[in-house]
Every structure is written in structure tokens, then in C-alpha cells.
Design a protein around this ligand. Sequence first.
Ligand code: NAI
Length: 395
Amino acid sequence: MIIHPQIQGCVARNCHPMGCRAAVLQQIEQVRAAGPFNGPKRVLVLGASSGFGLASRIALTFGAGADTLGVSFERGPSDKGLGSAGWYNNIWFRQAAEQAGRIAVNLIGDAFSDTMRQQAIDVIRQQLGQVDLVVYSLASGVRVMPDGTQVRSVLKTTGQPLQGWGLDLEHDALVQQSLVPATPEEIRDTVTVMGGEDWQRWMQALQQADCLAPGARTVAYSYIGPESTYPLYRDGTIGYAKEHLHATAETINLQLAGIGGHAWVSVCKALVTKASVFIPVLPVYLGLLMGVMKERGVHEGCIEQMQRLFADKMYGPRGVVADGNRLIRMDDHELEPAVQAAVSALWPKVTPENFRTLGDFAGLRQEFMQLNGFELPGVDYGAPVNVASLTELTP
Ligand code: NAI
């Protein structure tokens, strides 16, 4: 079977498993090239199959020699298709980690459920004993509550409606997008899905089960961004959820005091991931930002951000580099005044006709394709993929 990309709007409907392998191996090489660091040895990653979670797992395994348990929600091969990119990322990561002599266990299912918490506790007890670090990197539009009800997050503004250019990756075009203000109930639901409550539940369950090592740490990922994006992110529904996540770091930190543990939020830079290209209007900022940061030589992808987070800002010689609100600022380069001034100068000039000549929309599109295993160097996309052998692989 020869696989061609199927993109709908800003969502990839398929992936190229061999390209996913090349992408995972490329990230591993980048971490190896950056050199080892003295980090945690046993790690639980929630949301391990793509974006920041996968990059965290790769940075910790191949940079610090960590054994890991990864939890993610992914689709395997079925009569509906070959499965999701994250499914294959889990497989290729585990294979490479095992080849390097590391333990790598994947659990596939709903991380919001108590059943998954129990499964993770069982695996930790059997294979890792305890964990030294828990990475919370879930991005989801829906959370099934313990009573079975489904709560959905929305990507909306609060206050004034907002209009702007959005990116249509399917047609490589700009489209007008409007964000309407959310209702109080929608804000509350988004906080329920993307806020800190589930993170806290995980930490409570792990602590009660004696799965956290003395001095264990936990980190969750957030975004704040520059003022120009506040109406669509920080002051939007997702911003409310992130505020809740930030406050939860304080709560968890107190909760972990008994074992000498600590909780932080890492405020990351805006990056191309499955989740971020889906946020209305934000991808235009992202395309401009990529262009400006590349030009100034300070561009980072997921793997560079996560390698720097662990090697320099969490486990480096300076200890944890955080502000008084328990925030580790990985958005330092993004928020440099000169970077923001350059982006702000370009943004009002963007039109559907000229956007390809401003910023780095070609780079954004390529990164998006690569998330799904397409457009990677060294992969023969004309060669048929052996579907039967892929269906035999398990995460
Ligand atoms: P992603 O979509 O690439 O990864 C999300 C992960 O969550 C995947 O591994 C997926 O399988 C897992 N997941 C989703 N629902 C699940 C469920 N019910 N059970 C188990 N696993 C589930 O997203 P990305 O962008 O890496 O986001 C991770 C975190 O980083 C989010 O909190 C996001 O807000 C944050 N962040 C993202 C930024 C960006 O620019 N992409 C910037 C700063 C923070």
C-alpha cells in the first residue's frame, strides 16, 4: 500500500508509519547530539505519544537514561485505517528505548479515568518501583468524568468577539475565522477538561499508592504568550484553564511536602503540534513567529524545548529555574521584545495573497506534515508500506 497524506482543514486523517519512525529517530539523534545530563531515572509521562509529551520522553530517556511509562490515547490499525501517528510513535519509541537498554512501557487508553490510574500504578509497582518525575502533557477536547458524563472544552474568547485570519492547512490558504465569547458554562467546562484537577488526581492517586519516590517532582505544560495573543489565548477559555493549572501547581506542591516533592508548570513557547494548529487564529501568529525566530537563530521545536527544559531548567547545575509562581519560563526567547516587535510589525500586513512571503508558513506546514510522518528526509514515500507487518506491531 502506498500512503498519500489526507488532510482535512487542520487535521491529518492518516499518517505514514515509516515517516513517524524517521521523526522519532530524528528526535533521538538531536537529544544524543545535545549530550547527556543528570536527570530522573524513572518517569511517568501522561500524554506521551506526540508533541511535548513525546519530546519529554525522548529527552529524558536518551539524555538522562530514564526508564519510562507513557500513557496516551491513540488508534491502532483497524478496518477504518492504519491508525494514528501517536500509535506508531509509541511503537518506534519503545523499540529504540529497549535497544538502548531502557524500560519503556506504553499504556493506551483514557488518562482521565480511574481505571487508567490503577493500571499505571500496577505497572509502576511491577516495573519501576516508584517514579521520580511525572510529566503531565495531555491535550484533549473532551473528558469523561467518573460518573460517565462527557465534558467538552471549547476554544472561544471571553468578553468581546474576535475576527482574524486563520490557516487552512488542507488548502494552504488563509480563511476568516471568528471566535465568539464563551458562556460561563463553557468556560467552566474548558477548565474541567484542560485545568489542573485531573493532574492533581493523578498525583494524589500515585502518592496514596506509594508510587512517588522521595523528592519526586511533577511538571505540567502551559502557554501564556505575548499580549498580542491574549484575546485568543490567555483571555480565552483555554487561558482560564491554564490559570487553573498554574494554581494547581501550588496545591500539588503542598500535597507533596510530606515526601519532599515539588510541582511546577513549564510555560512553553508556541509550537506546531496536533493540538496547537487547531486553535483558531493562533497558527498565523505561529507562522510569523517561526519566521522571526529562525531569522534570529533562536527557533526551537518540541525536542529542543524539552531538552533545554530538563537539561538546563529542571535538572541542570542551577537547579530548578522558576519564578515565584512556580512557573518555569521556556517562552523566554519567544517573548524577547525584539522578537515580539518583529511579529507585531508583520501581523497587520498579512493577507491571503501575501502570507507565504511573510513569516515561515512553509516551515509550519512542513512541521505539521512531519508530525504525521510525511515529508521527512530519507523516507521513500513511493515504496509500498507492508500493512500486514504493521498490524503485528504493538505499542
Ligand atoms: P498533542 O496533541 O501533540 O499531545 C497530546 C497528548 O495527549 C497525546 O499523547 C495524546 O494521545 C494525549 N491524550 C489526549 N487525550 C488523552 C486521553 N483522554 N487519555 C490519554 N491520553 C490523551 O499536544 P501538545 O501540543 O503536545 O500539548 C501538550 C500540552 O502542552 C498541553 O497542555 C498544551 O496546552 C501544552 N502546550 C502546548 C503548546 C503548543 O504550542 N503546542 C505551547 C505550550 C503548552
